[in-house]
Design a protein around this ligand. Structure first.
Ligand code: NAD
Length: 256
């Protein structure tokens, strides 16, 4: 049985992870850590901070909180040799340096997207990229998303560009000569791989990667309908990571 403490346990993701991971046969969520008391405890203990948690009762800390707090989780996990899985986004170079330092003393996984389907979609796209003349990415999200394009779309575009370069294919040249409306062709994420962002109420998180070649097209699409889509990826990380040492960046590295 793997004993888990969730940092950010009162948040939207923290609550979904507490319920989802706690329902698995091989996992026991023992503590929810958050300055705010969680709406539901799902059988776990509530603690305001990691300092009030006995390290001996925790095997893995799962952090879905705020970027500034990740440094704190990294230091606590490193000091007590407790493994760490980080889903918190918006990490800067200082946070990443702290996670790398923690990875010298304990196992650390950090991933900006724990949806297994999204990670596989990027892998499929990189596989297809060298065989098509052009590729474009369309990401579609709910209308309250602040940033555009999504980090997942940028990562997919970069993976496509890298796969094309590796195969000796040059950048994609856009043949549009007249833009009747500015930016109608989206943004070039590098090597001519264009990314388009759609924002609509009712959507959650969706992505289409479109390939075109002579006489054929290919569409790789991923849909996240619910935040529950992140739970299996977090469970996979907990189960497959090396808990003793090493920093793993991105869920793809753990998919066989
Ligand atoms: P949220 O605002 O609902 O929850 C964040 C929680 O962190 C809050 O309850 C807050 O009180 C708590 N918190 C703040 N400071 C803290 C501290 N010092 N110690 C412990 N807890 C603290 O946000 P959310 O939607 O649950 O998302 C949380 C994070 O997870 C965000 O960075 C989000 O982008 C990220 N996220 C990542 C993935 C992924 O696949 N990697 C998926 C969804 C969300």
């Amino acid at each position: 049985m793997t004993r888990i403490a969730i940092v950010g346990g009162a948040g939207r993701m923290g609550q979904i992870l507490a319920r989802g991971l706690g329902a698995l046969d091989d996992m026991d969520v023992v503590a929810l850590i958050d300055p705010h008391e969680p709406a539901e405890l799902y059988g776990a203990q509530y603690r305001a901070d990691l300092e009030s948690v006995e390290p001996i009762v925790v095997d893995v800390v799962v952090d879905f909180s705020v970027a500034v707090n990740v440094v704190h989780s990294a230091r606590w996990c490193a000091a007590h040799k407790v493994a760490l899985v980080v889903g918190t986004t918006g990490l800067g170079a200082n946070h990443r340096a702290e996670l790398a330092a923690a990875g010298e003393r304990t196992g650390v996984v950090v991933a900006a997207n724990f949806a297994i389907g999204a990670v596989l979609a990027e892998r499929f796209a990189a596989w297809a990229a060298p065989y098509f003349e052009r590729a474009e990415v369309i990401e579609l999200h709910h209308d309250t998303k602040a940033d555009a394009p999504s980090g997942t779309a940028i990562a997919a575009a970069h993976a496509i560009a890298a796969a094309r370069r590796e195969a000796g294919r040059g950048p994609i040249t856009d043949t549009t000569t007249t833009w009747t409306l500015e930016n109608a062709r989206g943004a070039d994420a590098g090597d001519g791989v264009r990314v388009h962002s759609v924002r609509l109420p009712g959507l959650v998180a969706h992505q289409e990667i479109l390939f075109g070649g002579p006489g054929e097209g290919l569409l790789v699409r991923h849909d996240a309908y619910d935040r529950a889509s992140f739970v299996p990826g977090v469970a996979l990380a907990i189960r497959t990571m090396n808990r003793d040492a090493g920093l793993v960046e991105g869920l793809a590295a753990l998919l066989s």
